[in-house]
Design a protein around this ligand. Structure first.
Ligand code: ATP
Length: 335
């Protein structure tokens, strides 16, 4: 192995820089040249790249975002785009490509696999934690800590006014962020893919209203509703408006949005990224291809790219049950 390529693709996630750093430092150990492509697959298609040496990854382990930039690249959805990407890999004599990203980015690798003989290694880099074959993705731990910190602040102001707040969290189509954050913040309601169907929105509103009324009649406290994005019909604002207009409930809305993507990665993400980055080079050296590396029960494991994107990893049932039990206990105590 003489030369590898690396890129970050899809939504950026804190810890991507730590992963780039680990890959580059490990590659250097084995005298492998490392080419960094910019702006996701766009850099590959347009041959926008630079050589990465040890000095280019100095002082980046603690930084959010990605020094290679990230982007969506619609061209990859056509065979012409994929072939352009493959031409670049061939022209630049890349032996292996390492992609740090989410399931979409891995589908990009699966498309490249159809036309290229080189090795393809994926590292799970997404705040959504929605990849199979790893307990956690790089960026998830930082994102939930960021959201928890923000919601603790919302709790303070909600408490001061005995207010209801709907807080919408990221997660695309999975509830890992909403459930973990909701429990850690002691949210009175968690509305997520695991426990809610959009067809039942009206039923859910009635349930929430009676719970809020009961809650407020007891001890006049704040009430937080944590909501996963892409779930409630017309979003968080619409739920808030309904509570306000139809039921005269003083309700604020906060859409945390992209704040959840930024910031310095927490220790857990830096360590995961570093371990997986080194493992990626080790996998390249022994000829592995079309795999994602992840960590399961503290062991580094590999899974095929196909298996990684199956979306079978669900929010741990014990979390869902824990949330329900906590609510039941809280209701008992109030009575
Ligand atoms: P995140 O979920 O964190 O945003 P992601 O990697 O899933 O990350 P996407 O926007 O879904 O983000 O995908 C990133 C890029 O991967 C796309 O812009 C596109 O270039 C490529 N890609 C996605 N799906 C495919 C596909 N089916 N075939 C080829 N390339 C794809």
């Amino acid at each position: 192995i003489r030369r590898i390529g690396i890129l970050t693709s899809g939504g950026d996630a804190p810890g991507m820089n730590a992963a780039i750093r680990a890959v580059v430092l490990a590659a250097h150990q084995y005298s492998i040249e490392c080419i960094g492509f910019f702006h996701g697959y766009n850099g590959l298609i347009n041959q926008e790249y630079r050589l990465l040496d040890n000095s280019s990854v100095k002082d980046i382990i603690h930084k959010g975002g990605t020094i290679l930039k990230s982007a969506r690249c619609p061209e990859m959805l056509s065979e012409t785009g994929v072939k352009q990407a493959v031409n670049s890999l061939i022209k630049l004599q890349i032996d292996a490509l390492i992609v740090i990203g989410g399931d979409g980015s891995f589908n990009g690798m699966l498309a490249i696999e159809q036309h290229w003989q080189g090795q393809l290694i994926g590292l799970p880099g997404t705040i959504d934690n929605d990849l199979d074959g790893t307990d956690f993705t790089i960026g998830f731990s930082t994102a939930i800590n960021t959201a928890i910190e923000a919601i603790d602040k919302i709790r303070d102001t909600a408490d001061a006014f005995d207010r209801v707040f709907v807080v919408e969290l990221m997660g695309r189509h999975s509830g890992h962020i909403a459930f973990n954050v909701g429990i850690a913040c002691g949210a009175e309601q968690i509305i997520s893919f695991e426990n809610f169907n959009a067809n039942d929105a009206n039923k859910k509103v009635n349930e929430i209203v009676s719970d809020i009324k009961h809650h407020q009649s007891q001890d006049h406290q704040s009430y937080l509703i944590v909501l996963a994005e892409n779930l409630w019909p017309n979003g968080a604002q619409s739920l808030s408006e309904q509570l306000k207009l139809q039921y005269s409930i003083d309700c604020g809305t906060c859409i945390l949005g992209h704040i959840q993507r930024g910031g310095s990665p927490v220790a857990k993400d830096r360590l995961l990224a570093t371990k997986l980055g080194v493992a990626a080079i080790e996998a390249v050296l022994v000829g592995k291809t079309s795999i994602m590396l992840g960590e399961l029960k503290t062991e580094i494991e590999e899974v095929t790219l196909n298996d990684a994107v199956q979306h079978t990893k669900i929010v741990a049932e014990n979390l869902v049950v824990a949330h329900e039990n906590i609510l039941a206990l809280a209701a008992q105590n109030k009575r």
